[in-house]
Design a protein around this ligand. Structure first.
Ligand SMILES: [Zn+2]
Length: 527
């Protein structure tokens, strides 16, 4: 029954965004899409087309992006009760959307039909069939998500099967069984999945979508695949509402390395750690050091005996080779700090870095990471660091001084003014600007000083500003880390600053962001 190919379907950008405090701009979501595409994820669900301005903007941006191998999916619901499919606004938006794949969610559980949607069982079957048929008629590949499948299955398995059969008969290429409440245990998922496969036959592929409420989301996904499912839906790092979704970052290596399924190219699998950390950083979350497979501690050996045994033979205390997923045996602080990856990043950016340069860059990266820098989401600062090591770095300007004043008035008004003195191309500029806050005022004053000699600076826009307090035990007290995202309308890049002083940290990130815009560019595919 085992299918050798298993497709991975990422829903970080929709279901993952239901998690507490999760919010990404359209530009950040585009970066996530590229990272997932680079990892080899086959299907990337971007959201509801036409449901809110942010998602509309995202689909417009994605329509213009070139992806390596992934297909973009748009998400929607079966038609509303009493509305013909071809008049349902949600389905019309799906039909109009550029995405070649439509994922439709519909009801399977009688409890929901009675208590939530108040739709009869027959009407629900018609809603499923007509909605799938409508999307097929609009030229879309259709994945049908059977919401609450396993709860429905336990209550009335005949009706649950009728629902998935309605979707399959109407042309859905895949029927995904959802453990929406995360209530199921592995034996229940295995049972339901194999019964659906036996009922539908080989023409329709079956997928699995689980939540982690009983801490079985990964195990449930794996048993479903062992039962014959050919598609797994999940999110990066298990992000999602309540206790999260199935974690694709753990499912992928388990299926591929432990069970021998064909999921992604092995050359892509080594990006697993980097992708997990990058997407956490984009979501403004610290990568979890204890996360299986990709955490900093996943292959860390503390005890002297363990460490000695591991150096004699890693199998003694390791469940797999860390390098297969791009992790390391807790020797390197960062996956970016390997000599090979430093040299290949330098080559990618057109920087000539010899062995000595690479070695001293690694020392610098380690020293800075110890102080709280993290370069996963700060590609621009990373590249500038390499340029400085290679000696090919031309500063855009030289700072003489800056001063920022924030004044709070009795009437509640707050005003901020920045004064800056810099040298650009041998000439001194003194500029003052007001802003909505200290960083905004500094940004305006600095741009004003640079613009006479570099008018292109007007095209560079700060698109995102994220501040995190790091209280890791570095012996130096709490420090502030600032991540800035910038764009010139074509490309976007991230920069970082770290300091005990939030304005200094912001300044550092701001300078890197503007400096980067003026560095010679090699075309870098994975930005
Ligand atoms: Zn879900």
């Amino acid at each position: 029954m085992r299918t050798s190919k298993v497709h991975l379907y990422d829903t970080t950008l929709r279901d993952g965004m239901q998690g507490q405090g999760m919010s990404l701009s359209a530009a950040e979501k585009v970066r996530v899409v590229h990272a997932l595409d680079g990892l080899g994820i086959h299907l990337i669900e971007a959201g509801f087309p036409g449901s809110n301005p942010k998602d509309i903007e995202l689909f417009e941006m994605l329509a213009a992006e070139d992806l390596d191998q992934a297909a973009v999916c748009a998400f929607g619901m079966t038609r509303r009760r009493g509305v013909p499919a071809d008049e349902d606004p949600g389905l019309l938006a799906l039909a109009k959307c550029f995405a070649p794949v439509a994922c439709l969610v519909g009801k399977t559980w009688a409890l929901h039909l009675e208590k939530v949607t108040r739709v009869s069982r027959d009407e629900n079957l018609a809603m499923i069939a007509e909605s799938v048929a409508f999307c097929r008629g609009a030229g879309k590949r259709v994945i049908y998500d059977a919401e609450h499948f396993f709860d429905g299955w336990r209550e009335d398995s005949a009706y649950a099967l009728e629902c998935v059969r309605a979707a399959a008969d109407a042309g859905a290429e895949n029927v995904t069984l959802c453990d929406t409440n995360g209530s199921s245990l592995p034996h229940q998922v295995a049972d339901g999945t194999s019964r659906v496969l036996a009922t539908l036959g080989a023409a329709t592929s079956v997928g699995i979508h689980t939540h982690n409420d009983a801490e079985c989301a990964v195990a449930n996904s794996i048993v479903a695949v062992l039962a014959g499912a050919g598609l797994v839906q999940g999110t990066v790092n298990g992000f999602g509402e309540r206790t999260g979704n199935a974690n694709l970052i753990s499912i992928l290596p388990a299926l591929q390395l432990k069970l021998g399924y064909d999921c992604v190219d092995p050359e892509r699998l080594v990006r697993l750690t980097e992708t997990s950390h990058l997407i956490a950083e984009i979501c403004n979350l610290t990568p979890d050091p204890d996360q299986p497979y990709v955490g900093r501690n996943a292959f860390a050996h503390k005890g002297g005996l363990h460490a000695a045994a591991v150096s004699a033979d890693p199998h003694t205390f390791e469940h797999m080779e860390p390098e297969a997923v791009g992790n390391g045996r807790a020797v390197l602080i960062s996956e970016l700090a390997g000599k090979g990856s430093v040299i290949s990043r330098a080559e990618g950016a057109g920087i000539e870095l010899d062995d000595d340069g690479a070695r001293s860059a690694i020392e610098r990266i380690k020293e800075r990471e110890h102080r709280g820098y993290h370069y996963e989401a700060a590609d621009a600062s990373f590249e500038l660091l390499l340029r400085r090591e290679a000696g090919s770095y031309e500063p855009l300007f030289r700072l003489e001084s800056f001063r920022v004043v924030t004044e709070k008035r009795a009437d509640g008004r707050v005003e901020t003014e920045a004064t800056i003195k810099v040298w650009v191309g041998g000439k001194r500029y003194l500029r003052t600007a007001e802003g909505d806050g200290p960083v905004h005022a500094l940004d305006r004053a600095l741009r004003d000083a640079i613009t006479e000699q570099h008018p292109e600076i007007a095209e560079v826009e700060l698109t995102n500003f994220k501040v995190r307090i790091l209280d890791e035990n570095h012996g130096t007290g709490a420090v502030t880390r600032v991540l800035l995202d910038s764009s010139d309308g074509q490309e976007s890049w991230g920069s970082i600053g770290v300091s005990a002083n939030v304005i200094e940290a912001s300044w550092e990130a701001l300078v890197d962001s503007l400096e980067f815009a003026f560095q010679p560019k090699a075309v870098s595919a994975d930005r």
